[in-house]
Design a protein around this ligand. Structure first.
Ligand SMILES: Nc1ncnc2c1ncn2[C@@H]1O[C@H](COP(=O)(O)OP(=O)(O)OP(=O)(O)O)[C@@H](O)[C@H]1O
Ligand SMILES: [Mg+2]
Length: 264
């Protein structure tokens, strides 16, 4: 078997706090993402999901452990251009304005992605828009001229255009209506796999994650507390923390409980 696409080995990330002291946001995490695999990362607000994603992209230095992407170590980026191999990791954020430039047409931004993709012979701007279920005429519009769900789909098209081998979604559906969340999440899975990429899908919504992910890692206070196939984690959670996350999912009868005061 070939080595996993991404290996995160015993990684810790520590933030220095103003006035001294530090906060360990990610604490000795180990997790691999294999090729053509969808891995969900779930956990409550503040547990360290975004910090881990930022470290994988080279945006945050690790204070311990190692991250390898395609066998090469990922290091914190300096002010230099992003190294070529890290261009193969693309991130879609909760707020699509963080992935899109508000001052440029969506077509030109998708075209930039295509130019960055050495193997992009088959994609076109119109073709990618069609993939995310938007008509090609919209390519001359600016990001603010779309709905939130459409904008997020454009951000996904932009990320796919540059030919990622690893697509990371950091709460990419959190800003969308409930009715749209599963659809956009499903679209991300489909496009990533069609493009031959893996997907690391971060969300605090285990109900959506289990639909699209092959495996799920559960994070709590900087640590991965449970990791298994989506079915295992959903049907037979081993950890009390995972059981609590599952119990917090509203049931279809509308009587489900929500954790008191916690961010949903
Ligand atoms: N730049 C920073 N400096 C100091 N502490 C930080 C910084 N960024 C995040 N933290 C802290 O690190 C911890 C993990 O934050 P992180 O953003 O990774 O959580 P998260 O799981 O993505 O949460 P959410 O679901 O709300 O997005 C939190 O306690 C947060 O306050
Ligand atoms: Mg986050």
């Amino acid at each position: 078997m070939s080595a996993p696409l991404l290996t995160i080995n015993d990684v810790s990330v520590r933030y220095k706090l103003p006035g001294g002291g530090s906060l360990t946001a990610v604490n000795q995490v180990s997790i691999d993402v294999a090729e053509s695999r969808v891995v969900g990362l779930v956990g409550e607000s503040g547990c360290g999901k975004s910090t881990l994603a930022r470290a994988v992209c080279g945006l945050e230095p690790v204070s311990g452990g190692e991250i390898h992407f395609k066998g090469a170590p990922v290091r914190k980026l300096g002010m230099r251009r992003r190294p070529e191999e890290l261009m193969r990791i693309q991130m879609v954020f909760q707020n699509p304005y963080a992935s899109l430039n508000p001052r440029r047409t969506v077509g030109s931004q998708i075209a930039d992605g295509l130019r960055a993709n050495p193997a992009s012979t088959s994609w076109s701007v119109a073709g990618l828009l069609e993939e995310v279920e938007l008509p090609s005429e919209v390519q001359n519009r600016f990001p603010h001229q779309f709905s939130g769900g459409q904008r997020q789909r454009i951000a996904i098209a932009r990320a796919i255009a540059s030919g990622p081998e690893l697509l990371i979604g950091d709460e990419p559906i959190a800003s969308l209506d409930a009715s749209l969340q599963a659809r956009v999440a499903g679209l991300m899975r489909k496009l990533a796999l069609e493009a031959g990429a893996s997907l690391l899908f971060i969300s605090h919504d285990l109900a959506v994650v289990r639909i699209i992910a092959d495996e799920v890692a559960v994070m709590n206070k900087g640590k991965i507390v449970e990791h298994g196939t989506s079915q295992q984690v959903w049907d037979d959670p081993q950890e009390a923390y995972t059981q609590r996350l599952l119990a917090a999912i509203p049931a279809v009868d509308g009587l489900g409980t929500l954790p008191g005061g916690e961010k949903i």
